[in-house]
Design a protein around this ligand. Structure first.
Ligand code: F6P
Length: 358
């Protein structure tokens, strides 16, 4: 009998999701003669009655799909089925209902594309169904452990770098400090990579404790060298260091970091400053070649793992190879920027201020 595998995308979207879905469905069809069922809106589709899902026709998955941003299946980063928000304000455990939805599809295997939080959730949701589950890592934050790359990160870094390329000339023209706030949740991977690639003067990440006065001094030193403008990248969760001389009560925890910093830098330096919050622009773009390549390699291998009878594993990219690791090694352990790692060392060597010294 023809095997049936399900596929869904969960959590925030990013570049490369469509390429991964396509790769998995093509591998299932051409490699094994299997049918792939695409589930709509992540776990939400499995809670519908009947479930919202459809057979993915391999003939219609042409290369154009791999070029498109977003996920044609839809996704959600809300509505945990273990604690689902109900209209009356209560939380309801709908995991058994979801398992029923999975059973109704008569699946032999399931592929979930998500970040570490989503993969943890999916793994726990699928365990009672008896359906083999394989995870594919994706997130612009690039904080999934045991993989050097998650799908979507390369695209986000490319967009943030391009934003710096565009902010630099306008900053010079108006002699302004240009602050770019990037996403990344609690990790500074996008900030440090884009900061180096885009020639930032200052990069502030959650992993390095920084002080506003160090940043101000660094920018003042640039002035003495004849520079009239500065490029500052701040990760959305860079927060405010405890050591900062400014009061903590007006510091934003995550949202609003860029504007807060820009006001503070303007007040402390006397220069004009402007903030750009890049936001979801980092997620919705045409994926880079690197993300499409990663998506293709991981999508194909995820199906191969199901064919080999494996379950509860995540495909990963390590030392230029596709590997797979047990999901229990991945969940609950976000991989943040190593303050002693190569990228931080590179930034320092280039004279980029990380805010821990001037
Ligand atoms: O995890 C991906 C991410 O884009 C984070 O970088 C960001 O903090 C968050 O999702 C934004 O979530 P939402 O789409 O709910 O605004």
């Amino acid at each position: 009998m023809t095997k049936r595998i399900g596929i869904l995308t969960s959590g925030g979207d990013c570049g490369g999701l469509n390429a991964a879905i396509r790769a998995a469905a093509l591998r299932a069809h051409h490699g094994y003669g299997w049918t792939t069922i695409g589930i709509a809106h992540g776990t939400l589709g499995l809670l519908d009655h009947p479930v919202t899902a459809r057979v993915l026709d391999a003939k219609r998955l042409d290369a154009a799909l791999a070029r498109q941003g977003g996920t044609f299946l839809g996704s959600t980063n809300r509505g945990d089925p273990f604690a689902f928000p109900m209209p009356d304000g209560t939380l309801c455990d709908r995991s058994a209902e979801l398992a029923e939805g999975v059973r109704s599809l008569a699946l032999d295997g399931m592929i979930g594309i998500g970040g570490d939080g989503s993969l943890d959730l999916l793994r726990r949701l699928f365990a009672p169904t008896g359906v083999s589950f394989i995870g594919i890592p994706k997130t612009i934050d690039n904080d999934v452990p045991h993989t050097e790359r998650a799908i979507g990160y390369s695209t986000a870094v490319a967009i943030a770098t391009e934003a710096l390329d565009r902010l630099q000339p306008t900053g010079v023209s108006h002699a302004r400090i240009m602050v770019l706030e990037v996403m990344g949740r609690d990790a500074g991977h996008i900030a440090i990579a884009a900061g180096i690639a885009g020639g930032a003067d200052v990069v502030l990440v959650p992993e390095v404790a920084w002080r506003l006065d160090h940043v101000v001094k660094h920018i003042a030193a640039l002035r003495t060298q004849g520079r009239t403008s500065a490029l500052v990248v701040v990760a959305e969760a860079a927060g405010q260091s405890d050591e900062s001389p400014t009061p903590a009560d007006d510091a934003p925890s995550r949202h609003g970091m860029g504007h807060w910093l820009s006001h503070r830098l303007a007040a402390a330096s006397g220069a004009e400053a402007r903030a750009t919050v890049l936001g979801h622009v980092q997620r919705g773009a045409m994926p880079t070649a690197e993300d499409r390549l990663l998506a293709a390699a991981l999508g194909v291998r995820a199906v191969d793992l199901l064919a080999e009878g494996k379950a509860d594993r995540m495909v990963a990219w390590w030392n230029r190879k596709v590997i797979d690791v047990p999901l229990d090694k991945v969940v609950g352990r976000a991989r943040t920027v190593d303050p002693a790692g190569s990228l931080v060392a590179t930034a320092r060597a280039l004279g980029i201020c990380l805010g821990d010294t001037a």
